[in-house]
Design a protein around this ligand. Structure first.
Ligand SMILES: Nc1ncnc2c1ncn2[C@@H]1O[C@H](COP(=O)(O)OP(=O)(O)OP(=O)(O)O)[C@@H](O)[C@H]1O
Ligand SMILES: [Mg+2]
Length: 219
């Protein structure tokens, strides 16, 4: 079942052609990897999929509804693109709770459980302004997954994570896949790419299907 459909999408910034008539169907319950050198357009692609920016031509549909036309932001997407801003004077738990209150569909207990899943201490009184880079990344992962979002759009989710945490998050993503959730991720690390069912390399403004084990030789 196709969840996200990218049809004839082109995108340039001031003559810098990033994508030219790309097509891709994202199916439910699969993990998709996107690789390519710095500046090749991975984050731009994810922003278009989330409706933060729009293609110059072509269309992106979520469950058959065109982003920007039929709907603005896809519901039920968990997103990490660029580092989210946190309230510096609050703890990690307090920050996540603020976000959870917007939709109001998860309990405090579920926030705590999510933090534990990625190895963050929910009871800690440490404010996020004193968080390390890896801890901030874990908080970003928490906000993207804590409401059991069906589609996860994760731009470099493993950045700044230590070896054990990378393994933990990889296992989590595989578990989410088993639950039928759909995952899109970017990474510069070949090992991360191994969890993907399909990997696409951005090359000459096109998406090229590549084998999962090839990874990103440019990094
Ligand atoms: N809003 C914007 N206005 C103008 N140019 C932009 C904008 N957003 C991105 N770009 C340009 O588009 C190109 C692709 O950027 P993008 O962030 O998608 O690269 P990337 O593949 O994610 O790179 P990295 O591996 O470094 O994260 C870059 O040249 C960038 O400068
Ligand atoms: Mg990027």
């Amino acid at each position: 079942m196709t969840i996200i459909s990218i049809k004839d999408v082109s995108k340039s910034f001031k003559g810098n052609v990033l994508f030219e008539n790309i097509n891709l169907d994202i199916r439910k319950g699969q993990i998709y990897g996107f690789v390519g050198p710095n500046g090749s357009g991975k984050s731009v692609l994810f922003k278009m999929i989330c409706g933060f920016i729009f293609p110059d031509s072509g269309e992106i549909s979520i469950d058959g509804l065109e982003i920007g036309k039929d709907k603005r932001f896809p519901e039920n997407f968990g997103v990490i693109i660029d580092r989210p801003g946190y309230i510096a004077s609050k703890t990690g738990f307090e920050n996540l709770k603020e976000l959870a209150m917007i939709r109001g569909n998860i309990s405090d207990k579920e926030v705590v459980e999510t933090m534990e899943m990625v190895g963050l201490d929910a009871q800690s009184s440490q404010k996020t302004k004193n968080y390390s880079l890896g801890m901030k990344q874990k908080l970003a992962i928490c906000q993207a997954i804590m409401e059991k979002q069906e589609v996860l759009v994760l731009d470099e989710p493993f950045n700044a994570l230590d070896v054990d945490s990378v393994k933990k998050v990889r296992d989590l993503l595989l578990r989410f896949k088993e639950e039928g959730r759909t995952i899109l991720l970017t990474s510069h690390n070949q090992d991360d790419i191994k969890i993907c069912d399909e990997v696409y390399r951005i090359n000459r403004s096109k998406l090229e299907l590549t084998l999962p084990l090839i990874g990103d030789s440019h990094s």
